[in-house]
Design a protein around this ligand. Structure first.
Ligand code: ZN
Length: 139
């Protein structure tokens, strides 16, 4: 195994340590290995490969995070071919919510979600993926 060093915010390290202890992991490494495998496997769903998909992505961020809003606009333009619709709303006292409705392949949608997740200073990123081709919609 290769040893890697990773930089992350202190509060994330605290949460990792807490989770590691509460769930009986042997240590941070074991937890991070499992988290990485889950993330990498997340878009390897055989039932969704090669199908026409709809993706719904919601991003919540502090309204003072103007850099996030700019980045959202940038991503919308860069992925214009799969962004079917985009909606911006204000939620709570000081949050912005960006909703993206996507149409594309699993690879296109996962690339988009990955880039959204890589955006600094977002509060939450959620998404769902549903087939919209002639196959079984609810499978
Ligand atoms: Zn806003």
């Amino acid at each position: 195994m290769t040893v890697v060093s990773v930089s992350m915010p202190d509060d994330l390290v605290d949460r990792i340590d807490e989770f590691t202890e509460e769930h009986g992991y042997t240590g941070r490494s074991e937890l991070l290995r499992e988290a990485s495998r889950n993330l990498l496997g997340e878009f390897e769903d055989k039932r969704l490969e090669g199908r026409e998909l709809m993706g719904i992505v919601t991003v919540v961020f502090d309204y003072e995070g103007t850099a996030v809003e700019e980045r959202m606009m940038q991503l919308r333009h860069e992925h214009e071919d799969i962004v079917a619709s985009n909606f911006h709303s204000h939620v709570g006292d000081h949050n912005c919510m960006e909703l993206f409705i996507l149409e594309g392949s699993l690879e296109e949608i996962s690339t988009f979600v990955g880039r959204i997740r890589a955006t600094q200073d977002t509060t939450t990123v959620d998404y769902s993926v549903t087939p919209i081709d002639s196959g079984d919609l609810l499978e």
